[in-house]
Design a protein around this ligand. Structure first.
Ligand SMILES: [Fe+2]
Length: 247
């Protein structure tokens, strides 16, 4: 079984520390900083780093963690081809492996499957744990929102979000940023009838004020309240994404 711990970093990043409870093998997802990870691990070793996409706020901690732990780094295969992202932070290329859709990797006894989820960036990947229905989705799906398409493509993002609709409904989504309040404010402007978002907003404010992370998201809740998952077609989605970019 995989234990997931959440480490907050930078202004609004979430780093995830995954531990196989049988073997103690440990992995870190998108280490934006090494310091917070080391403090959290308190002397424990990192065996694997999992990177979802090229942006520096998902990679900054990789160099220091690799130097200290000599751990293996997995990232999108196309980021290696393009010479971007994690590849910039790993000098010893024997420690770096590129992943594509349907590849599997293990953290101890627990298997993870790779999904290609283009949109926020074109090479973006996610890690899905089928034995527990956990999804580590980087900057693609957020609470009541989704990633922007600065380096990506809005049609690809639309198709990726539609792909998420076919995951098991009890999937828990670990996204890499805390944008809940801003996303709900936008969602309520577009869908004022979504009453459930109002209570979610009030709950989120209380939890955040008490320093409690708002991940994981529940896919079942997102399916009924996330305006980007509710978009009926591509044109509507494009318009919504453009409005959110200016919000
Ligand atoms: Fe990003």
């Amino acid at each position: 079984m995989l234990k997931v711990e959440i480490v907050k970093s930078l202004q609004n990043n979430y780093i995830f520390v995954l531990t196989c409870t049988q073997t103690g093998k440990t992995s870190v997802v998108d280490p934006s900083q090494a310091l917070e990870v080391e403090e959290h691990l308190n002397g424990k070793r990192v065996d694997i780093i999992l990177n979802t996409h090229q942006h520096d706020d998902h990679c900054y901690g990789i160099k220091e963690l690799v130097e200290k732990h000599h751990c293996h780094v997995y990232c999108p295969v196309n980021d290696i081809k393009d010479g971007i992202g994690a590849v910039k932070y790993v000098e010893d290329r024997s420690l770096l492996t590129g992943l594509r859709a349907k590849d599997t990797i293990n953290i101890g006894e627990v298997q993870l499957e790779v999904m290609e989820i283009p949109g926020h960036t074109m090479n973006h990947i996610a890690y899905f744990v089928p034995s527990q229905n956990l999804l580590f989705s980087g900057d693609t799906l957020f609470a009541a929102g989704c990633g922007n398409t600065f380096d990506g493509d809005v049609e690809a993002l639309y198709n990726t979000l539609n792909k998420f609709k076919f995951l098991p409904k009890d999937t828990k989504v670990f996204c890499s940023h805390e944008y809940t309040l801003n996303n709900i404010e936008f969602a309520l402007r577009e869908y004022p009838q979504l009453e459930t978002l109002k209570s979610r907003y009030e709950n989120a404010k209380v939890l955040l004020a008490n320093n409690i992370p708002l991940v994981p998201l529940h896919l079942s809740e997102e399916l009924f309240t996330n305006p980007f998952l509710l978009a009926p077609d591509l044109e509507f989605f494009k318009d919504l994404r453009a409005k959110k970019d200016k919000f």
